[in-house]
Design a protein around this ligand. Structure first.
Ligand code: TPP
Length: 668
């Protein structure tokens, strides 16, 4: 039944077969966030809230998207989607506490506004960087698809965010993998102050769907019934026929980017024009005309919401400010993980580092049915180093997934898998390429547990290192990019035995782990390695040689350079400490050895400045000064990119320098 065209609404509302209760639910759904926002604007002026991103005028989209999803279907909102939170009936006092940085919010005061998620309500909030949100939705949807549970998820962005590379990557992956995601772009005219014609140069963002090979639609985002009815059909069909859909909602941002930034740059006639298209007042008029709503009912609803807001605000205001407690802060950086020892049995085989990693990975796949491997060419091809050769045959293509070239989206996808109950191992084809996935690693994975208590059960495998004549972009050992970032564990084995056991533990551990594998050691280092599954603890260095004259601290290829030197210089009586993991760092083992020998040399393959050797050196000077008989010596590669030609590369690497410096130190 088509409604009559109203004098009092701009829209030609078509209720189709929606019942009265649904029509009223949608109205109340839009009214509530509007009333909350009006209150927030007052609190903002009173200095009781620090920042506010208004969604006034855009409520129809959040309300309808949330209304068509089941409560256990994930939604990934942005900063203008208050209605997503209210439609899921989050107690308002918790939202108010969140916005005031109080303990009863969702982040223990550690993040602001809508930057949080809650598994209880199946809402996964944004990070400031916007773009990774789409890839996380991919991961959640992939998990749904692998569970075969006929669920969809919805993710939001503004049109400004669509210019980010992460978004393009995620759309492409979703299309290639047919992931059931509703990609909701709220095109509200401005990204901060930037109008759409300075943001993109196609007519409609929905037109990009064709380029991605993805179904797409343009929807009038201010017409609640249009949004709701179209989405209802789409979601039903996506549940049975999983696929991504790109939706461009035409709407308008009626207020400033955030309240303090104002709307001076927006022509007033545009604001007036869109004011006439207000989704709430138009719909209200329609319902009044239809006889479903009366002025008394409107007043009653508003009064009810106001009372709820006041009561909940009182609760939040009464809550004391959060206290700083150093231990609490530090304790939440990582999810607690109880290391479970699987003892290596005596049955061993003599294998190379590369075989040990491959075998460790395979046995983890056997042990964890929810483990998914993703990376470029990892499936039939077996990865460029052949570590996953034969995996597809054993575990199938669902769990061993070739990816497009899109490091950022795949890391974010790993995060989404983790949120939705899976474990992920992501192979960087070369550690160098992680720079293209840097954003989600250091901003999303690293900070999730600290921010809102969510694990990031993702291991990023990093084939790294020089000595293979591969030049500046296939030789880096970039662990220092990550050891600096709280929330990431960094593992760097030098031997097959360690690599296999540490990889197993890294996969067991629900925290994000960067797992470095030195390419030059892949096929050159052999060892007896237990055949069965076993684990080794993270954060334990290994004392490879014992002596009293000097402590050598190193890891990765450096361990083998040090061993070679000690084999040549047999009269050197040294402790040789292989760190094995850089985060957590075995500080006790370092200090114990330093206090015994009184002389220390730290060797790293990476260029010196800002590397981990500098931090270890500083810690030793601060804490073991009285035990030192000489200044701590650091040895690292030259402060240049890594050159290709073998003569240049060996000049760049610190192997020769190490021997010279060691001898100088001993004679100090
Ligand atoms: C990577 C990154 N660059 C810049 C910003 C700053 N910033 C935050 S929101 C925003 C505008 C976003 O516009 P749009 O995606 O259209 O969403 P809207 O605010 O209009 O809803 C900008 C530039 C950011 N948060 N992250």
């Amino acid at each position: 039944m088509k409604s009559k065209i109203s004098q009092n609404t701009i829209f030609n509302y078509d209720r189709q077969n929606l019942d009265d209760a649904t029509l009223l639910k949608l109205y109340r759904g839009m009214l509530k966030p509007r009333v909350i926002e009006e209150k927030m604007l007052i609190l903002l002026r009173q200095g009781k809230v620090s920042k506010w991103f208004s969604g006034i005028g855009q409520e129809a989209i959040s309300v309808a998207v949330t209304a068509v999803l089941d409560n256990d279907e994930y939604i990934l909102p942005m900063h203008r989607n208050l209605a997503v939170f209210t439609m899921r009936d989050i107690p308002l006092h918790r939202l108010f506490s969140q916005w005031q940085g109080k303990a009863n919010g969702f982040t223990k005061g550690r993040d602001r506004s809508f930057h949080f998620g809650t598994q209880e309500f199946h809402i996964i909030g944004m990070i400031s960087h916007l773009g990774p949100q789409f890839g996380v939705a991919d991961g959640i949807a992939l998990a749904n698809k692998l569970k075969n549970n006929n669920k969809v998820c919805a993710v939001f962005t503004g049109e400004g965010g669509t210019s980010e590379g992460d978004i393009h990557e995620a759309l492409n992956v979703a299309s290639v993998w047919k992931l059931p995601v509703l990609f909701c772009v709220e095109n509200n005219g401005y990204g901060l102050s930037t109008p759409t014609n300075e943001q993109y140069n196609c007519e409609h963002i929905a037109d990009r769907g064709k380029g991605y090979g993805m179904e797409s639609h343009i929807i009038d985002g201010n017409n609640i019934l249009e949004v709701y009815t179209k989405l209802q059909q789409l979601v039903e069909s996506m549940r049975t026929n999983p696929r991504p859909v790109l939706l461009e909602f035409k709407t308008f941002r009626m207020r400033g980017h955030e309240e303090a930034s104002g709307t001076k740059y927006v022509p007033t006639d545009l604001i007036d024009e869109w004011g006439l298209r207000d989704p709430l007042s138009n719909y209200e008029n329609y319902l009044l005309e239809e006889g479903l709503l009366s002025e008394e009912m409107i007043q009653k609803f508003k009064d009810g919401f106001k009372q709820e807001i006041d009561e909940n605000l009182a609760l939040a205001f009464a809550e004391p400010n959060i206290e700083f407690n150093e231990t609490n802060e530090l304790d939440d950086v990582f999810k607690p993980f109880e290391y479970q020892e699987f003892k290596p049995n005596l049955d061993v085989e003599n294998i190379r580092l590369i075989d040990a990693i491959s075998e460790g990975l395979k046995q983890s796949m056997e042990r964890h049915e929810n483990l998914v491997i993703m990376g470029q060419d990892v499936a039939e091809y077996g990865g460029v180093f052949k570590i996953t050769e034969g995996f597809v045959e054993q575990f199938g293509k669902d769990r061993v997934r070739n990816t497009p070239i899109c490091e950022s989206a795949i890391i974010s996808t790993g995060m989404g898998l983790s949120i939705n109950g899976f474990k992920a191992v992501v192979e960087m084809q070369f550690a160098d390429f992680v720079s293209s996935g840097f954003n989600p690693i250091v901003n999303y994975l690293a900070k999730s547990h600290y921010r809102w208590n969510e694990k990031a059960d993702v291991v990023v495998r990093m084939p790294c290192g020089a000595g293979v004549g591969a030049g500046p972009f296939h030789s880096q050992t970039n662990e220092a990019w990550f050891t600096h970032t709280p929330g990431l564990k960094v593992v760097y084995p030098a031997f097959p035995y360690d690599a296999k056991g540490l990889l197993a533990t890294s996969i067991e551990d629900p925290n994000p782990v960067l797992f470095f594998e030195h390419k030059a050691l892949y096929r050159s280092i052999r060892q007896d390695v237990p055949v069965d599954y076993y684990t080794l603890p993270l954060g334990k260095a290994s004392l490879l040689r014992e002596g009293i004259d000097v402590t050598i601290i190193t890891y990765g290829a450096g361990v083998h350079w040090a061993l070679e030197t000690l084999d040549q210089e047999t009269d050197i009586n040294a402790d040789l400490l292989d760190l094995r993991t850089l985060v957590p760092l075995d500080i006790d083992a370092i200090y114990k050895s330093v206090r015994k020998t009184g002389k220390v040399i730290i060797l790293q393959e990476d260029s010196m400045f800002g590397g981990i050797a500098s931090d270890i050196s500083a810690m030793i000077m601060e804490d073991c000064f009285e035990s030192l008989d000489a200044p701590v010596k650091r040895v690292g590669s030259m402060q240049t990119p890594i050159p290709f030609a073998s003569n240049l590369e060996s000049g760049y690497l610190p192997k020769e320098k190490f021997k010279k410096n060691l001898l100088t130190l001993l004679s100090y």
